[in-house]
Design a binder for this molecule. Sequence first.
Ligand code: TRP
Length: 450
Amino acid sequence: MERGSFGSKVGIVLATAGSAVGLGNVWRFPYMTGENGGAAFILIYIGCILILGLPGMVSEFIIGRHAQANAARAYDKLSGGRPWKLVGYLGILTATIILGFYAVVAGWCLQYLYASVVGQLSGDAEYVKNYFVSFSSDALKPVLWGVGFVLLTHLVVVRGVRSGIEKASKLLMPILFILLVIIVIASCMLPGAIEGVRFLLMPDFSKVSSKMLLEALGQAFFSLSLGTAVLCTYASYFTKETNLLNSAGQIVVLDTAIAILAGLMIFPAAASVGVSPDSGPSLIFITLPNVFQQAFASFPFAGYFIGVMFYALLVFAALTSTISMHEIGTAFFTEEFNISRPKAACIITVVASVICVFCALSVGAYKELQLMGHPLMGFCDQLTANVMLPLGGMLTCLFVGWYVPKQVVRSEFTNNEQVSGRFFSIFLFAVRYVCPICIMLIFLHQLGVV
Ligand code: TRP
């Protein structure tokens, strides 16, 4: 079967950035930062991105582009039959679980898009807060929106790589960026916003803990879509000319910039309307409607328009991410079981929808749906981000560092000596020693061993 490939250079970076940029940046990053005390968390997060995320991303690119196959087969192909295939399976499992709970939040965004179009979100800060609580604890609505989102993803994935994934990303990513900048400015001009800016920029290192290290690491991997071989699958659609290190660098910078912009959008506004930064997953939903109303109080139409545009773009950003989580399983089932793309996509859609239903209920109508003291949704979130992703990332680094023949790694890194290999030895050192050891230490520290 002919494998799809991305059409243009810009398309490659944008589609991969489309996978990276999503609710992880706009929803998860602010709420994690809020729960972990602000600026110090951000510094540690940036450290994790640069030291562990960048080499991890290049590693996945190397495996994917060299093997030109789905996640499981790619690891298999490069290892000559050792059980590294399991890392690919782990990635597919992780991505599908993430798809399940991610769709819940994406469904919330759909509901907010609808509510902002029909003007249901206008009222004071108390009203906005209650709106979220009453909507999310409805037994039906969050479930329907969430499953609806999985189906939407399904539709795009079935259309294939070039026509679906690439086109959507190319158009929408730049618009999202511009809109974010506008909202950041509006938010920072609210009365009392300065407190929120301070929260983001003045680190208080007395709050650093092992839990915070692990959460920064998990957030870094989550935000970069790392550790599930999603990037490996995308890299299998790269061309021979794609410069892997440059592309990874661009994506990392863009992804981090958008996360920080999202922080600058949320915290000043939260400070202004008296929403506590550690409100958890509801943070952006109980803060943003206030910005659209209050910052644009003298231009209500602009506030309305920007609000609607924002939720629409958030939905698209989420969609370019869910597409990537869906694609990894779909590519796997299509190629390994020789079934049609639509059939393979159905398998993933059904599994993810089931997870989505239970997760949505666990934070809404059926709070008894708990695992180890967390609502099922929080459990899936923490299990994947704080354990499965770093584990997948660590194994991938070890694989590229120690098992894939060095000349294969080098020739992918340098496009067969067509581009500079100046950073190759640093890269190799990072994937052989720095990444595995750091991730291991963070794990052990969290378990209380060191
Ligand atoms: N990175 C995306 C975000 O920030 C989420 C995401 C997409 C993801 N694909 C992934 C996370 C694969 C982990 C693994 O919203």
